[in-house]
Design a protein around this ligand. Structure first.
Ligand code: NAD
Length: 501
């Protein structure tokens, strides 16, 4: 039965959205802030090491409790009018906009994002709320041709039920929104597990926005936690689908656990993305796009341009231009200074990047810029003469490093670009659009940008990768309905049909 909801108006709150006394050290379960089973985790600013807050840490038992509350509440939510679900989404989006300064500060401090990245994440999250609102009132099925006289035959999309969302630390707000927006708008309940390094931006902020926007209790649960809480989500029998964003390694484990339970799983994983610079490209433009693609958010984005494949005749000049841009980028604390590159998320990631750079140089590559770091601050780095067997070509770096490799022909460029198990995004830089389009057809990636860099994700496009980058799941209208609902075929007739049996 359809019923109506009351939603508050989106007026700016009188207090801070994130006033800590409400949420600190707690989990959002069943519409209230509850004590966690796993104690609390310290939320520290990467740039300074300063303690920002404590967040609740979820155990498998908390996940079980959350799954139960979600499963109880979901049918009621699915039974509300789409227009009312849309109103909740819109209200939360407007609150996000009204409190954007406060939220931006959290993104800068908790994730080490520069301000431009924080603003982008907020804008993209706002768009996710609005796109989700629109989705809630769109057609949810089709009237099919009848198979007999007197029969009405329809196919409709119903919510999955409870959707589990497991998300990473790099763009925690928007990567959670990308799941939560459409999943909720389409009538599902959600159990969200943000990465424990970014529990506030990855979950608490969204719980607070939706709490204030009048989302009914039990429709969203937010449980920061580690791998064990993540696995509890994948194995919980009340959770009907898992949307996982993170590393390929963890994605394989999640896929295997879900597969054993025949559970739907959407995997958005890593990337080792190529930017291909053809010999006819405008090198100033190509190097500026490449600099953004390689160094934005310290290269810690799944779409980062991690391999720079450049035509033989222009590689030297491209290297000079890119290295000059890398050297000109200011590195520092984005909370206090006007910088383009902030800290990396943790020492382990820095060590990993540094290991890849050192091994690649030891194997014969040359350093055109960077390759040094101080604490978590890694200098934008350009490496030249990188070949296929070197770690900087073969591995996803996930740091501010641009390795340049040279190709001899367009066919060679395609071969090199496809020489990776990943398949998220590629960029082609050329003044010949037809040459770029011909190349795009042969690139094994879910996304190609011609004459733009690799980092782009919008609420209205089908975003996703293939191969080691994902199992073909997509985010963004028009894919959201496909991902977060399932078909039900329904027939009905005026009179009961009888048989000769
Ligand atoms: P990660 O896989 O270690 O962690 C991601 C999330 O998975 C976290 O919430 C973590 O707690 C959880 N997790 C870890 N092991 C798990 C397990 N066994 N079962 C269930 N959950 C588990 O990845 P990360 O280091 O946080 O993120 C970096 C990676 O994510 C990179 O490879 C990057 O390319 C990828 N990424 C992909 C996208 C995309 O859209 N394709 C977006 C952002 C990041």
């Amino acid at each position: 039965m359809t019923h109506r909801l009351e939603t508050p108006t989106a007026e700016r709150l009188e207090t801070e959205l994130m006033a800590p006394d409400r949420w600190e050290g707690r989990l959002w379960i069943g519409g209230s802030w509850q004590e966690p089973g796993g104690g609390t985790i310290e939320v520290r600013e990467p740039a300074t090491g300063e303690l920002l807050a404590h967040a609740g840490l979820a155990t498998a038992a908390d996940v079980s409790r959350a799954g139960e509350r979600a499963a109880e509440a979901q049918p009621g939510w699915a039974g509300t009018l789409g227009a009312d679900r849309a109103a909740v989404m819109r209200t939360a989006g407007l609150l996000l906009e009204q409190h954007s300064e406060e939220i931006s500060k959290w993104i800068v401090r908790e994730t080490g994002s520069v301000r431009l990245k924080a603003q982008w994440e907020i804008k993209a999250s706002f768009a996710e709320f609005m796109e989700a609102a629109a989705l809630a009132t769109q057609s949810s099925g089709e009237l099919l041709a009848p198979n007999e006289l007197g029969q009405t035959n329809l196919a409709r999309r119903l919510p999955i039920g409870v959707v589990g969302a497991i998300t990473p630390w790099n763009s925690p707000l928007v990567l959670a929104m990308r799941v939560l927006g459409p999943a909720l708008a389409l009538g599902n309940a959600v159990v969200l597990k943000p990465d424990p390094q970014t529990p506030v931006c990855g979950g608490v902020i969204l719980a607070r926005l939706l709490e204030e926007a009048g989302l009914p209790p039990g429709i969203l649960q937010v449980l920061p936690g580690g791998a064990s809480a993540g696995e509890a989500i994948v194995t919980d029998e009340r959770i009907g689908m898992v949307s996982f964003t993170g590393s390929t390694e963890a994605g394989r484990r999640v896929g295997a656990l879900a597969g054993a339970r025949l559970k739907k799983v959407s995997l958005e994983l890593g990337g080792n993305n190529a930017i291909i610079v053809l010999d006819d490209a405008d090198l100033e433009a190509a190097s500026s796009a490449a600099s953004f693609g390689a160094f934005f958010h310290q290269g810690q984005i799944c779409m980062t341009a991690g391999r720079h494949l450049v035509a033989e005749g222009v590689a030297e000049r491209y290297g000079e231009l890119l290295a000059a841009r890398a050297r000109a980028l200011a590195v520092g604390d984005p909370n206090t200074d006007d910088v383009s590159v902030g800290p990396m998320i943790n020492p382990t990631q820095v060590e990993r990047v540094d290991r890849i750079v050192r091994e690649t140089v030891a194997a014969g590559a040359t350093v055109l810029a960077g390759a040094t770091h101080e604490g978590l601050f890694y200098q934008p780095t350009v490496l030249d003469a990188v070949t296929e067997s070197m770690p900087a070509f073969a591995e996803e770096i996930f740091g501010p490093v641009a390795p340049i490799s040279v190709f001899a022909s367009d066919d060679d460029a395609i071969r090199l670009a496809n020489r990776t198990a990943y398949g998220l995004v590629a960029s082609v830089q050329t003044t010949s659009l037809s040459r770029g389009l011909a190349m795009a057809e042969q690139l094994r990636t879910g996304i190609v940008h011609i004459n733009d860099q690799t980092i782009a994700d919008f609420a209205n496009v089908p975003f996703g990768g293939i191969g080691a980058s994902g199992n073909g799941g997509r985010f963004g209208a028009p894919s959201n309905r496909e991902e977060f609902t399932q078909w039900q075929w329904v027939t009905f007739r005026e009179k009961q049909k009888t048989y000769t049996f």
